[in-house]
Design a protein around this ligand. Structure first.
Ligand code: ADP
Ligand code: ASP
Ligand code: MG
Length: 403
């Protein structure tokens, strides 16, 4: 007998038929003698619909109230799934995040889990219940509801698996596993049977939505055995673990992230300390920056450009405007950009990966605006319009389409 955590995303519980389908998967696991904790997200597009509802009333609503609203989506799913399990003749109990023992910090909208006190879950398991927990939510020290950020239910599932030393954490979704690129966008994308935590963390951080990056970070930290698989098709999925013993592939995947904006400051003084003053001030305001590019000085001036997320644009520009040394300078923001990346642990020891990526982009007639590299990834910033074409071109250069 094992303890298994199973998580089902929004599309897996989108309607009554899908909820019954999930109830069957869960009860099949339970019938085999396992203890089962299920984590669910809000149905279908519920979270997006709730955001729209809020915007109709107050587009600048406080983050506390947004969390209060958004957490309600998961409450619907847990109760419906528990009812579906009851209908199949099995005992079940649904729990909201706070009932399941989720304590978080107070960063509304992207709260971090501090602790999962799993006593209540354990008590329900002892009563032989299939426990259904609301993903994406917790409670802060003021007893206020918090949410973990979009896609946060993956992290809820991993956190329970870690806290309870579960034997497995299965993330059920609407594709059959982790692919070399988004299988909905790239025809030749291949399913990976295994992937390392490090590679998965890069893919998730760089735009592969299939797993939330915080969930991968946590799975690595607590050595949670993760599996990504389909709730709709019975097929082997992808195992995420420390060492992946799979085919030798230089590049494990290609991703696209459109939540990017490029900020350029034109004509900053060509003297020491400028970068320190700009990025020090941004860091003090908690603005995360990603790719940074500084031009070679032309006489007395140089240009500095960097990327951040779209949500950070206003805070970034306001912060830069507060700096006396930039007063009167032109600050340009471009939100029509996308970041396309290749990821693979093998590229570290193989020269020529960057050149091959740039060649593929050149052949597709795509202009590169910025480049950044690390041991296991290369990212380029391009026009958003070229995003899908770029992913396809780069993917096909590294992972040839199989016949
Ligand atoms: P859920 O609602 O189950 O949490 P998500 O929509 O968050 O599901 O994530 C699944 C989606 O991630 C897939 O439908 C797929 O389009 C997208 N995706 C992006 N990149 C990848 C990838 N490399 N492998 C698999 N799926 C990917
Ligand atoms: N319902 C939340 C969202 O849409 C959490 C999740 O799906 O993981 O982001
Ligand atoms: Mg998701």
């Amino acid at each position: 007998m094992a303890l298994i955590v199973q998580k089902f995303g929004g599309s897996s519980v989108a309607n009554a038929e899908r909820v019954m389908n999930v109830a069957r998967i869960v009860t099949d696991t339970y019938k085999q003698g396992n203890d089962v904790v299920v984590v669910v997200s809000a149905q279908g597009d519920t979270t997006d619909d709730l955001i729209e509802k809020a915007n109709e009333i107050n587009p600048h609503a406080s983050k506390r109230e947004m969390d209060m609203l958004l957490a309600s989506g998961e409450q619907i799913s847990i109760s419906l799934l528990a009812m579906a399990i009851e209908k199949l003749g099995y005992p079940s109990c649904s729990l909201l995040g706070w009932q399941a023992g989720f304590s978080t910090n107070s960063v509304y909208g992207s709260a971090r889990i501090k602790k999962v006190s799993a006593e209540r879950i354990k008590m329900e398991i002892a009563k032989k219940n299939i426990v259904v927990v609301a993903g994406f939510q917790g409670l802060n020290k003021y007893d206020d509801i918090t949410t973990l950020g979009r896609g946060g239910s993956d992290t809820s599932a991993v956190a329970i698996a870690a806290a309870m030393h579960a034997d497995r954490c299965q993330i059920y979704t609407d594709v059959e596993g982790v692919y070399t690129a988004d299988p909905r966008k790239v025809k030749g994308a291949r399913k990976l049977s295994e992937i390392t935590y490090d590679e998965m963390l890069e893919l998730a951080t760089l735009g592969a939505q299939v797993l939330n990056n915080r969930s991968v970070e946590m799975a690595k930290k607590y050595n949670v055995k993760l599996e990504v698989l389909s709730s709709l098709v019975s097929a082997p999925g992808t195992i995420v673990k420390e060492v992946a013993s799979m085919e030798k592939m230089l590049v494990r995947g290609v991703t696209k992230d459109t939540d990017v904006a490029r900020i350029s400051i034109i004509g900053v003084p060509n003297v020491p300390g400028i970068a320190y003053k700009i990025f020090g001030k941004l860091a003090a305001k908690n603005v995360n920056v990603d790719i940074i590019l500084q031009s070679v000085g032309r006489g007395d001036t140089k240009d500095i450009a960097f990327t951040t997320t779209k949500a950070n644009v206003d805070a970034t520009i306001n912060t830069l405007r507060e700096l006396d040394l930039l007063s009167g300078l032109e600050i340009v923001c471009d939100e029509n950009v996308a970041k396309v990346s290749v990821v693979g642990a093998g590229m570290e020891s193989h020269p020529g990966i960057a050149a091959k990526m740039f060649e593929a982009l050149f052949e597709a007639d795509i202009n590169i605006q910025m480049i950044s590299t690390s041991e296991i990834k290369i990212s380029v910033l391009i026009d958003i319009e070229d995003g899908d074409k770029a992913v396809e071109a780069v993917h096909n250069a590294f992972i040839p389409v199989l016949n």
